[in-house]
Design a protein around this ligand. Structure first.
Ligand SMILES: Nc1nc2c(c(=O)[nH]1)N[C@H]1C(S)=C(S)[C@@H](COP(=O)(O)OP(=O)(O)OC[C@H]3O[C@@H](n4cnc5c(=O)[nH]c(N)nc54)[C@H](O)[C@@H]3O)O[C@H]1N2
Ligand SMILES: Nc1nc2c(c(=O)[nH]1)N[C@H]1C(S)=C(S)[C@@H](COP(=O)(O)OP(=O)(O)OC[C@H]3O[C@@H](n4cnc5c(=O)[nH]c(N)nc54)[C@H](O)[C@@H]3O)O[C@H]1N2
Ligand code: SF4
Ligand SMILES: [Mo]
Length: 741
């Protein structure tokens, strides 16, 4: 932190809100934040910022943000001390585990966990201490299909190829709106600037989306697609590449298995056969396939729209199939694998081969859903709480998650939460989910936390390492969130709420180090001994990582000390080819045609002739909103109301809907009301409503959000509508009825 005048200091901090991970510059006057702007010298984000970064000040100061633990007494929350809050949990949780077994406790992880190093690294300690198979997360509302397909192809759940946008010449984007979302499973701050630069150097962008989105506005070409139709469109492209002999694997050919099996599997999906189902003509499908094959350097990228649908895993897989078949995987300007400085499984162990991934090591008790990446689908949570019998969930810990709004059919989940014997929420608000808790343990302000992104350097457009110390110190006696998780671990391990968590942290670390460093363990522990908590785990990961100083063996290599001395971060260069070293499949090959996926092609094959519903709904995001939890920040909440349902003019006329008036959206016996915005951005037969709204439920304390609560899109959806392979919820392309009120 630098002093620039008698009463102003400057601090730098990576924004923890979205995956762009922008470097911010904060002006501080004593305990107050006076301004936030982009950090121009940041090696990665180069000064870029969006309105949510500025809103960190509102978040820091929000009077509704919890500062004290809350315990429910006779149905009402009362403020309590940390000691009393933990004592309450110690009194109630271990007896439940004893009576009903370890699986009677479930954990739900929300999206902000991925943006908080303490939560990311220490929930694993809690999960291990708890020993439950009932783990759930926002991943099955989001990216699980892409993690599964990448895991099957490349051998690890986080070996996800991202467009090398600064060298790309042809970018095909499906079901993503990075001009607004700032990228996802692709850390790319200032996508807009990079997209413009791509076009300025003669490159081309094609966007495939049922809405003419902000990203489509930036593109050379926009194609409307029937929601859920991506699998058909992509199969048509793959079919064309084979039929026209345009397959060219390039340098990685010796490491690609399954090309013949793939060719046979797509035989029944010619452009003519798939056109009606995706709403894109056979001629256009062929033209896109040719352009992709002919482009000097191309990348295909798909995101939420391709994941949160009934063929999520197949669509995610086919995106990479196209990258491979056109010789663009792992090539500069194509889709490449970042090499992160710390915590990446694809830089650990023996290069080029591994155990691969498996699913279904366990099945969920009620629906028999397979476990995927250690989790069950979040859509299974309500039934696991409601259904009696051995293994019934009786206690729940939510960590930075708001599934009552974020997951389908939150009303059912809310009822189920009320029936729990104990619910504990780690959250910064009393909101739609944490209102059901018996104990709420508040996280601190984001400005009081250490920051290092664990997943996102594994997904970044350029390799880099950046670290931020806390901007403000925590108040005395307030635990960091990782300390809260350790204390909960102590409670469920039977060590009591008053356990010495410093000793516990040391023990857990020593165990990790023994595993990775064997006989050198003692020396390694000694080398990182000056740090505590997440800092110590980070120093260990950096120094043993691919750019690390290896404890002195590689002078000049990375360490936490080195990162701390460079608030602008360390640039580690453009993405570089990593095949075969990046692979962790048992065969050491890219498994282009995994049997699990080829078998699943039976579903789209059977669906080829399915009639198109009259009206389906999709979601969208707005730059001044972040899932369910940014609506309480005044600087973001002001301005025009954003939770509107976009309707094509032809649909509006057909259904008697008028701009600015309210309409009822109905699906089976559930209905919501939302304000209509007539717009030719929408494909006919498709309407769009953002998710994360519906802040009119009783018992919350979100005074700004409650002024304009909006409608909860997820209230329409079914918790049992899922992509069967990944367990991911279907949140897109769902049929609805709509009528004026
Ligand atoms: N229909 C539809 N539904 C969707 C989506 C969609 O596109 N359409 N998108 C899905 C996606 S991609 C996601 S990721 C999920 C998100 O699903 P969730 O993670 O369940 O929802 P969020 O709204 O991100 O809620 C985050 C919670 O964390 C709390 N929080 C924020 N910061 C912190 C912190 O530092 N510490 C702690 N302890 N708590 C914190 C907030 O108060 C909030 O309660 O929503 C999904 N739901
Ligand atoms: N401002 C802001 N930024 C965010 C978030 C936020 O809430 N607000 N959330 C963050 C999170 S958690 C995530 S996961 C990312 C998500 O980042 P993105 O994937 O970029 O998410 P969206 O902006 O929802 O874009 C999804 C697009 O898919 C389209 N779509 C819907 N259904 C289909 C379909 O069946 N096929 C095709 N081809 N397209 C379809 C929609 O019209 C929409 O334009 O954003 C992150 N960034
Ligand atoms: S794009 Fe906005 S919200 Fe996302 S990291 Fe950057 S400043 Fe934060
Ligand atoms: Mo997400």
């Amino acid at each position: 932190m630098d002093k620039i005048s008698s009463d102003t200091t400057v601090a730098h901090r990576i924004c923890p809100i979205c995956e762009a991970c922008c470097g911010l510059e904060l002006r501080l006057s004593g305990p107050r934040v006076t301004a936030i702007r982009g950090h121009d010298a940041d090696v990665f984000s180069r000064g870029y910022i969006c309105p949510k970064g500025t809103a960190l000040r509102d978040l820091h100061e929000d009077p509704d943000r919890l500062r004290t633990p809350l315990v429910k007494r006779a149905g009402r929350f009362v403020e309590t001390s940390w000691a009393d809050a933990f004592a309450e949990i110690e009194q109630r949780l271990p007896p439940i585990l004893e009576r009903h077994g370890r699986d009677s406790a479930a954990v739900v992880l929300g999206n902000p966990v991925a943006h908080n190093i303490g939560l990311t690294l220490y929930f694993q300690r809690l999960a291990r201490a708890l020993g439950t198979k009932n783990l759930y997360s926002a991943s099955t509302l989001d990216q699980m299909p892409k993690q599964l397909s990448s895991g099957l192809l490349f051998g690890h759940w986080l070996s996800i190829a991202v467009p090398d946008i600064e060298r790309c010449k042809f970018l095909l984007i499906l079901g993503a709106n990075p001009a607004v979302s700032n990228g996802s499973l692709w850390t790319v701050p200032d996508f807009r600037g990079k997209a413009k630069a791509l076009r300025a150097r003669g490159g081309k962008i094609v966007v495939v989306d049922p809405r003419r989105s902000e990203t489509a506005e930036l593109a050379d070409r926009h194609l409307f697609i029937r929601p859920g139709g991506d699998v058909f469109f992509l199969l048509g492209l793959v079919h064309t590449l084979f039929a026209e002999k345009r397959v060219s694997l390039g340098r990685i050919a010796p490491y690609v298995a399954g090309v013949e099996a793939l060719e046979a599997a797509v035989a029944g999906f010619s452009p003519e056969q798939v056109a009606a189902r995706c709403g894109i003509s056979a001629e256009t499908i062929r033209a896109v396939a040719r352009e992709l094959a002919d482009a000097e350097r191309a990348a295909v990228y798909g995101r939420i729209g391709t994941c949160t649908q009934e063929y999520g895993t197949l669509a995610s897989w086919l995106v990479d199939v196209l990258n491979v078949l056109t010789g663009n995987l792992d090539e500069p300007g194509g889709a490449m694998f970042p090499k992160a400085a710390a915590f990446a499984a694809n830089t650990a162990g023996k290069p080029g081969v591994g155990r691969g991934i498996v699913t279904g090591r366990r099945r969920s008790r009620v629906s028999d859903a397979p476990e995927v990446f250690g989790e069950f689908p979040i859509g299974c949570l309500a039934e696991e709480i409601e259904t009696p019998g051995p293994g019934q969930v009786k206690a729940l810990i939510t960590i930075a998650g708001n599934p009552v709004l974020s997951a389908p059919n939150g009303a059912r989940l809310a009822r189920a939460l009320e029936s729990l014997e104990l619910m504990v929420s780690l959250d910064i608000y009393r909101n739609e989910t944490s209102r059901h808790a018996d104990v709420i343990l508040p996280g601190g302000s984001p400005l009081e936390e250490v920051h290092y992104d664990v997943p996102f350097p594994q997904l970044s457009y350029r390799n880099h390492a950046r670290y931020s110390p806390p901007v403000f110190a925590r108040a005395a006696g307030e635990p960091a969130e990782w300390e809260t998780l350790l204390r909960l671990s102590a409670i469920v391990a039977g060590k009591g709420a008053k356990a010495d968590i410093t000793a516990l942290d040391d023990e857990a670390l020593a165990e990790d180090v023994r595993r990775i460093a064997g006989p050198h363990g003692a020396a390694v522990l000694e080398a990182v001994a000056r740090w505590r908590g997440p800092d110590r785990l980070l120093d260990l990961a950096l120094r043993t990582g691919p750019y690390g100083d290896q404890f002195g063996a590689k002078p000049g290599g990375l360490s936490l000390e080195k990162l701390q001395a460079t608030p602008e971060g360390i640039d580690l260069g453009p993405l570089e080819p990593r095949v075969p070293e990046v692979l962790r499949t048992p065969s050491g090959m890219i498994e282009l045609a995994p049997p699990l996926l080829l078998d699943d092609l039976a579903r789209p094959r059977a669906d080829l002739a399915r009639p198109v519903p009259d009206l389906v709904i999709v979601g969208r995001r707005h730059v001044r909103s972040n899932n369910s939890w940014a609506h309480n920040l005044p600087v973001l909440a002001k301005g025009p109301f954003r939770c509107t349902v976009l309707v094509n003019p032809a649909d509006a006329a057909r259904l008697g809907l008028r701009h600015g008036e309210k309409a009822r959206l109905r699906r089976s016996n559930r209905a919501i009301e939302a304000q209509v915005e007539v717009s030719d951005e929408m494909m006919p037969g498709v309407v769009s409503l953002p998710h994360g709204w519906g802040h009119d439920l009783p018992g919350t304390s979100l005074s700004v959000a409650a002024e304009r609560p909006g409608a909860n899109l997820n209230a329409l959806f079914d918790e049992d509508l899922r992509d069967p392979l990944s367990g991911n919820a279907v949140l897109s392309g769902v049929p609805v009825e709509m009528s004026p009120i």
